[in-house]
Design a protein around this ligand. Structure first.
Ligand SMILES: Cc1cc2nc3c(=O)[nH]c(=O)nc-3n(C[C@H](O)[C@H](O)[C@H](O)COP(=O)(O)O)c2cc1C
Length: 184
């Protein structure tokens, strides 16, 4: 299984880091300039470390990267976290960065596309863009962790979202305790 993971300029880049850490199979990473800066501000990680965890890593401005072409196969793309700017571009067909171009490829080739937006509150433009993508078959999976699994630390909240993403791409995982009424 080959997955493209894109990290954009959002608070919550830790979600992208964790996905890259636990994802199995071939991994291609794309990171935007703002994503890279927030990565260094919000986490102990950096681009060089992430490069070591994937098969290939590209800057978001590198439109010559292989994944840019529909002829290069990948099974799924996850944009995590996804800025509302990148989400809006995808919803309107703008493909002027590697992330938005690969997302456009995923849409035209009908491949799995999972978008993890991190913004709150949402204005009507954002809501309409998310609805539009959802209607196109995109999984819009907001970074809004649940609390029914009794999280004890931030990592538990992050792993809840990552477990949900892995569920979407069919990778078995035990990253969060699933709801079971019999436990109560
Ligand atoms: C520190 C910081 C945090 C940000 N957090 C968010 C966020 O949580 N969600 C969002 O949609 N945009 C956020 N932004 C705004 C985006 O980074 C901005 O719209 C940028 O153009 C996105 O570009 P990119 O998607 O190519 O990375 C943030 C910007 C900065 C500098």
């Amino acid at each position: 299984m080959k997955t493209v993971v894109a990290i954009t300029g959002c608070s919550g880049v830790v979600y992208g880091v964790r996905l890259v850490e636990v994802l199995k199979g071939d991994k291609v990473l794309i990171i935007s300039e703002t994503g890279k800066r927030i990565l260094e501000e919000e986490t102990d990680s950096n681009f060089a470390r992430l490069e070591g965890l994937v098969n290939a890593a590209y800057e978001d401005c590198d439109l010559f990267a292989p994944a840019s072409s529909g002829s290069q196969f990948f099974d799924a793309m996850v944009i995590i976290p996804c800025s509302q700017s990148t989400l809006a571009k995808i919803a309107t067909g703008i493909a002027d960065t590697l992330t938005t171009r690969v997302a456009a490829v995923a849409l035209k080739e009908r491949r799995r596309l999972i978008i993890v937006p991190r913004e709150t509150p949402l204005n009507a433009i954002m809501l309409e863009n998310e609805l539009k993508l959802s209607r196109l078959g995109v999984t819009v999976l907001p970074a809004s962790p649940a609390f029914y699994h009794s999280p004890e630390k931030i990592e538990d909240l992050v792993d809840f979202i990552i477990g949900k993403v892995l569920d979407q791409i069919g990778q078995p995982n035990n990253l969060f305790k699933r709801w079971n009424q019999n436990d109560r």
